[in-house]
Write a protein that binds this ligand. Structure first.
Ligand SMILES: Cc1cc2nc3c(=O)[nH]c(=O)nc-3n(C[C@H](O)[C@H](O)[C@H](O)COP(=O)(O)O)c2cc1C
Ligand SMILES: CC(C)CC(=O)C(=O)O
Length: 356
């Protein structure tokens, strides 16, 4: 199935309220639309007569060695979409060599997610996402849970001082998870009974000091997610980030935010090679992966397509999504005369309405 067909199958399978939660964005869904439109404006200038019969597309990242250049972005509540939930996503990601970012909003506890990944590959990369929490002891407890489970990196989401205003969810009245579906990693933490969407506490006053404090709590690499402004990318490096994820949260937070891929070149410049940069938002084809890597991303994350695969077919559907993107990317790299990801460079990308 193509990614589009998996999306259609997921829509047919899901409760329309849950479909809307995944598909939707904040406000008028401008940032969501911008992510897709932005990729439509980029085109590649392939180089010729310099390729190889086989390409090496693996990437080394803090917290993941020889990983696929496409990772599973952190997305909440997989058991809302399929009874196998995060276990299925973890098995599929590990089988494809892709990093899986699980975290506070997972409906399966992190030890079980890591165990499922290990069923599929001997040394899978499972990272753990947390939001800055108003109480330091909660952050600390979550960090320990991730470490003890065997996660190899942490990700702090910085773009959510408040939960986004998701128009579809407000209209549908979606704010409770169904029985049996809860944020399992939040169990038994102070002041955080799982059960409702809004039980993942946001921290409106979170600061760079809080981020640095989290970095200081662990020897794991700590990525920061949700950076768009180059000055923040520099601050992230100064405060100990092991990597920067350029993201507008799939258009689910600030609806007037720029498309994430449009912010990528300035962030890559600002970071100046100090740490790797990952891009997510709107990646839907192998060509999008190639554009992002040419613009300086070390890898990309995908959110919704993975969830459509999960809802349509469980682990097999997630594998199909990852396999499709990775095969298309490898094919594009070959057609661009690339032997490895680093053979894609910014001079091979043109932008403008003339592109398509
Ligand atoms: C249903 C859903 C849940 C998400 N949950 C989280 C989350 O808990 N934390 C987070 O940092 N990002 C979350 N995201 C954002 C993704 O990590 C990612 O930034 C975004 O989905 C990328 O855009 P794409 O869906 O166009 O690939 C979520 C996205 C979706 C669609
Ligand atoms: C429940 C939220 C923490 C998940 C989220 O970030 C999202 O829905 O985009």
């Amino acid at each position: 199935m193509t990614l589009g067909e998996l999306h259609d199958a997921a829509r047919a399978a899901l409760d329309p309220v849950h479909y809307d939660y995944v598909a939707g964005g904040a406000g008028e869904e401008r940032a969501l639309a911008a992510n897709g439109r932005a990729f439509d404006r980029y085109a590649l200038l392939p180089r010729v007569l310099r390729g190889a019969a086989r390409r090496d597309t693996a990437v080394d990242l803090p917290g993941a060695r020889r990983a696929a250049p496409v990772m599973v972005a952190p997305t909440a509540f997989h058991r809302l979409l399929h009874p196998d939930g995060e276990r299925a996503t973890a098995r599929a990601a590990a089988a494809e060599g892709a990093v899986l970012v699980t975290g506070v909003a997972a409906t399966t506890a992190v030890p079980a997610v890591v165990a499922a990944a290990r069923e599929a590959a001997p040394d899978p990369a499972v990272w753990f996402l947390l939001y800055p929490h108003p109480r330091r002891e909660v952050t600390e407890a979550l960090v320990r849970r991730a470490e003890e489970a065997g996660c190899s990196a942490l990700v702090v989401t910085a773009d959510s001082p408040r939960f986004g205003r998701r128009t579809r969810d407000l209209r549908n009245g979606f704010d409770d998870l169904p029985p049996g579906c809860a944020a399992e990693n939040m169990r038994d933490l102070p002041g955080a009974p799982p059960g409702a969407l809004t039980d993942i506490p946001m921290h409106p006053a979170a600061s760079w000091r809080d981020f640095a404090e989290t970095v200081g709590m662990t020897s794991l690499p700590v990525w920061i997610k949700g950076v768009l402004h180059p000055a923040d990318a520099r601050l992230a490096v100064e405060h100990g980030a092991a990597g920067v994820i350029v993201s507008n949260h799939g258009g689910r937070q600030c609806d007037t935010a720029a498309a994430s891929v449009d912010c990528l070149p300035a962030v890559v410049d600002a970071v100046a090679g100090a740490v790797p940069v990952v891009l997510d938002g709107g990646v839907r084809r192998g060509g999008d992966v190639a554009v992002a890597l040419a613009l300086g991303a070390a890898a990309v994350g995908v959110g919704r397509p993975v969830l459509w695969g999960l809802a349509a077919k469980g682990a097999a559907g997630v594998r199909e999504v990852l396999r499709t993107l990775l095969d298309e990317y490898d094919h594009t790299l070959a057609l661009c005369g690339g032997r490895r990801n680093a053979d894609l460079s910014a001079d091979m990308v043109v932008r403008g309405d003339a592109a398509w």
